[in-house]
Write a protein that binds this ligand. Structure first.
Ligand SMILES: *Cc1c(COP(=O)(O)O)cnc(C)c1O
Length: 437
């Protein structure tokens, strides 16, 4: 396929997410045609390191032989069938494997101090992280209705947090710019600014709250801000004391990226709901899960018109292709000891990120596990410098994206130390090329 006609098709007919209609990439859009390992290749034959893990979801690299084989094997059986009242092979096996992984021994399972019976172990499938969170909200509110506490309808989330893009999610989200254009449609949820705000809200209104939403381990889309140690535990304790349910959004942090299999392990927190998506299929296919506690599930026993049914389900719920790849991904975590490999790379990653301190126009650097943020000075209009630096980094063989004025460094977990060094070099070159005054 020649580049000109691909570019024209893209320019003329495609509307890209989180991207200005006034062409984001300048005159030279990157149209990806192939991937292998940590590399992406575009339609002009240029290669780039995937410094953004294909928007934070790729774990083991592109075209991984094991994942490709799992996908092919399932395609040879069936691609899709309905999940409404029916089951399918990979979805059943994946649900069991996921729960066994969480109940298992460390390093993959919950820390030993957590009661096994409290671990959410009912798996509800959907297609993306936004939906997984929205479903948790519906489950929480309906659970209280099912159990005779219909006044508990409140949902609480943190300022600067991100839980997705549907109307419920942008109402929960504390990133102003993402929700502002849709304010007229927004749901009336409570956004608290910090732990003090949560304490105060729960003190006054705790008995009307159904659930508290918390991004696990870090604020991701808000600009890569790791939580301080103990923060998640404090949120969990306050939520439990108020009798509300805790939804920990592991969509980004889940599957090892922060150095533990789930981000909430950093604080030994056991939530009532866990949502997972980005790493679930190792970056291959759209799939998400909402894990709920058994007690919540059991309250949903009623006939179809009783109001005790979770009235939610998408056409592609439990998609067999996606579930088959996710199952293979979980097997890889166990058989290839992925968490040990991640742990062995974190010191080099931290060192690489820290080395940006003192680089011209760098204001602050932050990291947790294999997730890094390099915040630049705010010299020009908002985000301009970071965007320019990311575009410049392309010339040095690196693809990544800024969040406001912060450059995200989030390679696939499988990246070698050599490629990691190359990634940091490319970003540094991009920054220096665009640094002002
Ligand atoms: C990406 C993300 C979401 C939304 O997931 P989508 O699959 O993009 O809908 C939700 N929460 C967090 C923490 C995320 O990083």
């Amino acid at each position: 396929m020649d580049w000109n006609s691909l570019q024209e098709a893209d320019r003329k007919f495609v509307w890209h997410p989180f991207t200005s209609a006034a062409a984001d990439g300048g005159a030279d859009p990157v149209i990806v045609v192939e991937g292998e390992g940590v590399w992406l290749r575009d339609s002009q034959g240029r290669s780039y390191l995937d410094g953004n893990a294909s928007i934070w979801c790729n774990l083991h690299g592109h075209r991984h032989p094991r994942l490709d084989a799992a996908l092919r094997a399932q395609a040879a059986k069936i691609a899709h069938s309905s999940f409404l009242g029916l089951g399918n092979e990979p979805a059943a096996l994946l649900a069991r494997a996921l729960v066994e992984t969480l109940r298992g021994e460390p390093p993959l399972g919950f820390p030993p101090e957590i009661q096994r019976s409290r671990i959410p172990a009912r798996v509800f499938y959907s297609d993306n992280g936004s939906c997984a969170n929205e479903i948790a909200a519906k489950m929480a509110v309906q659970y209280f209705r099912n159990t005779g506490r219909p006044e508990r309808t409140g949902l609480v989330a943190f300022e600067g947090g991100y839980h997705g893009d549907t109307m419920l999610n942008v109402s929960l989200g504390g990133i102003g710019v993402f929700g502002e254009p849709y304010r007229a449609l927004a749901l009336k949820l409570t956004i608290v600014s910090d732990i003090g705000g949560l304490r105060e809200h729960l003190w006054h209104h705790g008995d009307t709250v159904a659930a508290v939403f918390l991004e696990s381990a870090l604020g991701g889309a808000g600009g890569i801000h790791p939580h301080r140690p103990g923060f998640m535990k404090e949120v969990a304790d306050l939520t439990a004391r108020a009798g509300a349910l805790l939804v920990v959004d592991e969509v980004l942090a889940g599957f090892g990226r922060t150095g533990t299999f789930l981000g909430c392990y950093h604080d030994g927190v056991c939530p009532d709901f866990i949502t997972l998506s980005k790493g679930l299929t190792a970056g291959y296919l759209p799939l998400a899960v909402t894990l709920a506690r058994e007690e919540v599930y059991q309250s949903f026993a009623g006939d179809y018109y009783s109001g005790r049914i979770l009235y939610h389900g998408h056409t592609y719920t439990g998609n067999p292709l996606a579930c088959a790849v996710a199952l293979e991904n979980l097997k890889m975590f166990r058989e290839e000891n992925i968490m040990a490999q991640v742990a062995s790379k974190i010191p080099a990653f931290e060192k690489g990120i820290r080395a940006f301190e003192g680089v011209k126009s760098v204001r602050e650097v932050r990291s947790i596990g294999l997730i890094g943020g390099i915040e630049l000075e705010q010299r020009r209009s908002r985000g301009d410098l970071a965007r320019a630096a990311c575009l410049a980094a392309r010339q040095h063989g690196v693809l990544t994206r800024p969040l406001g004025n912060t450059i995200v460094v989030m390679p696939p977990l499988c990246i070698s130390l050599e490629h990691l060094a190359q990634l940091f070099d490319g970003i540094r070159a991009g920054i220096l090329q665009t640094a002002v005054g």
